[in-house]
Design a binder for this molecule. Structure first.
Ligand SMILES: Cc1cc2nc3c(=O)[nH]c(=O)nc-3n(C[C@H](O)[C@H](O)[C@H](O)COP(=O)(O)O)c2cc1C
Length: 329
């Protein structure tokens, strides 16, 4: 998830049982131009693997070159984005636009599959307009072009995140291709995951928004452990996440980036609502940490234990590029 799935998020997901995690979408044009921030997305650690890195763009050759860089950085899968509904992306012919441009979409997948030896996978929406079934026509052609797995989020681009994901399309897609299909959309609980797997025949489910500030959802989905986290645990995980994000993005970017996570962690009835408002208004992350620890004093010990179990940054697999690009900026 763009703006969410930073390395700290992915590592946390793995720690809570996710079998495979995926990067934010990475611009192939950004990689081509050596954009510092884009290259920063290729920071990969061994403890988040297996990792998929997702790329987006509209030019087959540029996508192929980006895929090579992604493979060199240590990704286990290259995923191609044919689902992003955001105008800034679709107006360039990338993302969900490619659902209605099958020739180009297949050209991209073929070029990317030819360029790398790791598996190439594709993430799709159902189509551009509501009710569209484009994904069902396109899916088999993408497999023919070299896609080894397809993930379907069965909403239209127009829908963005409104309404419900229509997993009857996932069922149809499964019947049309002989590669694993991953079901994405509204997987929020173990019961929901089981129902989607059983009715669609999908090989796996993908969890998005339910895991934002809520890695415990992954544990519930995977292990059936529905015990809600204690406040201390919530605070310890949030602070661990904040510290890892600062290492990844630098203090300045992390400060803004983290604001949306406060509500995600502290909501769900875990803390009174005004507490989040208070944190968002604090100027520095040190102040936020102090305030969080004051609200759940027992979190300090737990945090220390978590930090000892997950030493950060020691085993990063990084591209052969100047280290400066990986830090802040
Ligand atoms: C903030 C946000 C960012 C997202 N960014 C991406 C992205 O970069 N690439 C992608 O394939 N899907 C992206 N998605 C879509 C999710 O992968 C997923 O398909 C969708 O949210 C439905 O699943 P969910 O109900 O589990 O959230 C994003 C979703 C959200 C909410």
């Amino acid at each position: 998830m763009a703006g969410v799935s930073v390395q700290a998020f992915r590592r946390q997901g793995r720690r809570f049982g996710a079998g495979l995690v995926c990067s934010e979408m990475v611009s192939c044009a950004g990689l081509q131009h050596g954009n510092e921030r884009t290259l920063g997305y290729l920071r990969i650690s061994t403890d988040e693997r297996p990792l998929a890195v997702q790329i987006f763009g509209s030019e087959p050759e540029v996508m192929a070159e980006a895929a090579r860089m992604v493979e060199d950085a240590g990704a286990d899968l290259v995923d191609v984005n044919f689902g992003c509904p955001v105008k800034k992306v679709t107006k360039t012919g990338a993302g969900a636009t490619l659902l209605e441009d099958p020739e180009r979409a297949c050209g991209i997948v073929a070029a990317v599959a030819e360029a790398v030896s790791v598996p190439v996978t594709v993430k799709m929406r159902r189509g551009l307009q509501n009710g569209s079934r484009s994904c069902l026509e396109l899916g088999p052609r993408l497999v023919e072009a070299g896609a080894e797995s397809l993930t379907l989020h069965p909403r239209s681009a127009r829908q963005m995140y409104t309404g419900e994901a229509d997993h009857s399309l996932t069922t149809e897609l499964v019947s049309r291709v002989d590669v694993p299909v991953v079901a994405s959309g509204d997987v929020t609980s173990r019961a929901r995951a089981q129902a989607i797997l059983a009715t669609t025949g999908a090989a796996a489910v993908m969890v998005g928004r339910a895991a934002q500030g809520n890695p415990w959802a992954l544990r519930e989905i995977i292990e059936g452990d529905a015990e809600p986290p204690a406040r201390e645990e919530v605070v310890a995980e949030l602070i661990l996440f904040m510290r890892a994000t600062v290492r990844e993005l630098g203090d300045k970017r992390a400060t803004g980036f983290l604001k949306k996570f406060y509500g995600w962690y502290l909501g769900r009835g875990r803390f009174p609502r005004p507490f989040k408002q208070e944190l968002v208004q604090l100027e520095t992350l040190e102040e936020v940490e102090t305030r969080l620890l004051a609200a759940a004093p027992g979190a300090a010990d737990l945090l220390e234990r978590l930090q000892a179990e997950a030493p950060e940054g020691e085993d990063d697999v990084v591209l052969d590029l100047p280290i400066s690009i990986y830090g802040g900026g």
